[in-house]
Design a protein around this ligand. Sequence first.
Ligand code: FES
Ligand code: FE2
Length: 434
Amino acid sequence: MALVEKKKGDGAGWAALRIQKPSVGSWTQVYPELGTGPISYDDSISPEFFEAEREAIFKRCWLNVGRVEQVPKPGSYFTKELAAANTSIIVVRGADQKIRAFHNICRHRGNKLVWTDYPDREDRGTCRQFACKYHGWRYALDGKLTFIQQEGEFFGIDKEKYGLVEVNLDVWEGFLFVNVSRDPVQPLREFLGEMAWGMEGYPFHKLTQVFRYRSEVKANWKLYMDAFQEFYHAPVLHKRQMPTPEMAQALYEFGYHGIHYELFGPHRMIASTGRTRIPRDDETVKPIDRLTRSGLQGPWDEPDLGLAELPRGINPTRSPLWGLDSFQFFPNFVILVWKPNWYLTYHYWPLTVDTHLFEGALYFVPPKNAAERLAQEAAAVTFKEYGLQDANTLEATQSMLKARVVGEFPLGDQEVLCRHLHKVAQDWVKAYHA
Ligand code: FES
Ligand SMILES: [Fe+2]
């Protein structure tokens, strides 16, 4: 690795003073299979390609649907709509403490089993068993059919054969993943690969204070992933978030320089610069940030996570300028670890070729007092502001890609992760067809 020096004033500990680049001089050219030419976004506007993604990707990949804390005790359950895989699932902790997943369908005449008021809305709660609203068939928490209304009229039916249809479920570091294919290509940990292994040991289980956002976005799911896997846009699109116009201009002129980009099979990560210390009293920050001691990068006062050292995959170059890592798990799950000891997750759930459901969640150590709670709330609303700016822009992008007046788009070196995602999606579709 060669070290590239860039000079810049250290305003509030934000500056990217030095960046490390691979010795060949480019992040993209480390991976010759990606090429450097312009790319097509046909994969984000073609209805045929979207249908192919359903079969080749969303029905075959491990998909993160939540965390173990969402099913804390026997009978705790939640449902998840997996429109891209044409199903809805129930995730439930059994009386034996085992967490299982089932397709959310009654074996009698196919009614959706678990929902309240609106069949297409996700549901959660605690129960002793699942009872179908239509004719009252009942299922135990392990999926076994236990009761048939007027069973005698069902021609000696064998209840053993009519349990709920199980979905593969596995857990990695407390994250619940499902795979709707009957025979997954790889076990979960192998699928997640080295990028995940490098994160193992991070105390995700201690960060249980969660703030959630969800929104339907009129853009292809990959376009929103792209917006959060490059920060090249940040000094431009988010410039109004800077405390003063002068600071926005300075950032704009300096540009964005990531610390490290790396690909791991279908997955990818970027390590980024960020705030490295608490702003001094004489430094210019937004008044609300000073008041709440918080902001985009989270609460200024870091909770103690009891970690002697970060797992090796987090801030992998051990840069002193490190502010966050964004880990992009194929196909649609992101974990963003921030230096001040908190993390974010993003999910992008495709609905149609040009719409998806975006979910963002912020995870903190439970606050011990009102000030800590306020600092977390401030981080959450700041995140929302950024998210709205990104999402608006993507709807504008999608609307023009559809016009098909331009077929190919040049990507810069720091857009290497975008280049990779589109290639991987296309490769999975090609491999499936082959
Ligand atoms: S469809 Fe569920 S009991 Fe009839
Ligand atoms: Fe952004």
